[in-house]
Design a protein around this ligand. Sequence first.
Ligand code: KG4
Ligand code: ZN
Length: 347
Amino acid sequence: MRVLGIETSCDETSVAVLDGEGRVLSNVVSSQMEAHARYGGVVPEVAARAHLENLPAALEAALAKAGTRLEDVELVAATAGPGLIGALLVGLSAGKALAFARGIPVVGVNHLEGHLFSAFLREKGEPTREVRYPFHGLVVSGGHAELVRVEPDRIVPLARTRDDAPGEAFDKIGRRAGLGYPGGPVIDRVAARGRGDRFPFPIGRAGDGSRDFSFSGLKTAMLRELGRRRVDGRPLDPETLDADLVDLMASFQRAIVTSLASRVAEVHGSEGIRALALSGGVAANSELRATLAAWGDSAGVPVFLPERGFTTDNAAMIAFAGLLRFRRHGAEDPSEAQARSRWPLGS
Ligand code: KG4
Ligand code: ZN
C-alpha cells in the first residue's frame, strides 16, 4: 500500500509517500521561509500563493523519490486544519481532487494529530517505532502548546497555552533581539553557551489552578530586560553577542523548558505517564530534548523524541496520522473533509 500525504497548513509545502507500515519512502519539504522572512512572520496570502506554485513540483518530486506512480497510491491524507484557511485549501483541494480522479479514499487530517504521532516516524525508510496506547503527547510549535493523553480512539486534552505558544515566544524575542526569524533555532544555539540559571524568570501558568501554560508574562519580562539593555531589533550577530545577553537568552529558554517539563512531571504524578511523545517545531530544541530525556530516565518513562526532520511541518506525519485514522475509522466522505482554521485536539 502507498499513502500520499499533503501538508500546506502554514509556510511549508510538503508532500510525502509512506508505505502501509508507515515507512517513509519520501518526504519533500519546500520551505517558504525566505518569502516571509522580510516580514518577520508568515503572511497568509503570500503562503497560499506559494503553496499553489510549489505543490505540483513537490508532488512530482515526492513520487519520484519514492519510486511510486500516482496509480499506485491507495490513500490520500491531507491536512484539513488547524491553520491558515487559504493555505489549507490549496493542499486539501489538491488531495480531494487526486482522490476523486483516482477513485481512492481521502482523509482530512488534524495538523496537531500529525505532530502527535511524528515522534514514532523514522527517517530513511526504517520501520516506525511501535505506537502503544495510552501515551501522552506534548506538541510545542509556533502556534501551539498542548499536553494530551492519547487513547486508542480518543485524545484527551490536559493542558494548553492560554496565550502565546512557546515557538511564538522564541520568535518574538528573537526578532526584538535582532537575531532574525525564526528565533527558536538561533536562541537554542546562543543559549548553549550561556548560564540558564542567571536570571530567574517566573514559570508561566494560568493562575486559576488549571494546568494550562502561559508564556506572555515571560515574554513581557524578557522584552523589558531587552529594553533596559537598549536592544531594539537592530540586527545583532549571534556569534559575537555579549555574555550578558547570552545569559539572558539562556535563562529565557530555561524558563520555557522548565515550564513544559514541570507540567509533564505533574501530570505523571497525578495520572501516570506510560510513554511521552514530544513533537512540533520546538521539539528541535536541544535543552528541551535533553531535559525531557533525563526526566524520562529518572522517572522510568520512555520518552520518544522526533527525529529532527520531523519536528517542523512535514507531510510524512500527516500521511502517518491519516493512515492510523483510516485503519481505525475507514474512509470518510470526501465532502466531510472540510478545511478549518480552528480545530482543537480532541474535538
Ligand atoms: O511546527 P512548526 O514548524 O510550525 C508550526 O506549526 O508552528 O514550528 C515552528 C516553530 C517556530 O516558532 C520556531 O522558532 C520553533 O518552531 N523552533 C524552535 C527550534 N527550532 C524551531 N524553537 C526552539 N528551539 C529550536 N531549536
Ligand atoms: Zn506544525
